[in-house]
Design a protein around this ligand. Sequence first.
Ligand SMILES: CC(C)(COP(=O)(O)OP(=O)(O)OC[C@H]1O[C@@H](n2cnc3c(N)ncnc32)[C@H](O)[C@@H]1OP(=O)(O)O)[C@@H](O)C(=O)NCCC(=O)NCCS
Length: 152
Amino acid sequence: MDSTDATDPDDRPDRPRLTVGPVHDAELPALVALWQACNLVMPYNDPLDDIAFARGRSHSEVLVGRLDGRPVASVMAGHDGHRGWLYYVAVDPTCRQQGLGTDIVTAGEDWLRRHGVRKVLLMIRETNTAVKAFYEKVGYNAVPRVVMERWL
Ligand SMILES: CC(C)(COP(=O)(O)OP(=O)(O)OC[C@H]1O[C@@H](n2cnc3c(N)ncnc32)[C@H](O)[C@@H]1OP(=O)(O)O)[C@@H](O)C(=O)NCCC(=O)NCCS
């Protein structure tokens, strides 16, 4: 991004900065509430099951971004032995447009990089394609792939 672009989050030195780390047990209710507030909880996914399956593993982690100790952002990062994936990218609706979404995506990418991953992928629901503009701002490209699924 052009360093003269006034909308670059890093051009705002006084903006809030996240402290990011693995989610703590005491933060689980707040994390689920964050995901609900961000419309990320689907009827077919139990968020607590998703957290339990991913957190603290050698290949995956659930990271929380905190402002003054309060969880306001999240990302689930993990890899499948080949590519890295990001899920549950979220910023509290009252804290958006200040660069925190960029920060939490960067934190997820950093986690993947530390675990040897060279390319990161993510999926956007068809009902949420407006968020594509956000990911483009933070350096992602849409790729022509068809994702298929089957419950096991
Ligand atoms: C997407 C989300 C994480 C962005 O968080 P944020 O803190 O507002 O992001 P940032 O402030 O870092 O925004 C970075 C840039 O993207 C832009 N942007 C952010 N959200 C956007 C959106 N929904 N549509 C278009 N542009 C967006 C910002 O304006 C900013 O642009 P700028 O650099 O020109 O100022 C947040 O809106 C969110 O939690 N959404 C609901 C959950 C969701 O849809 N997650 C993604 C699931 S795939």
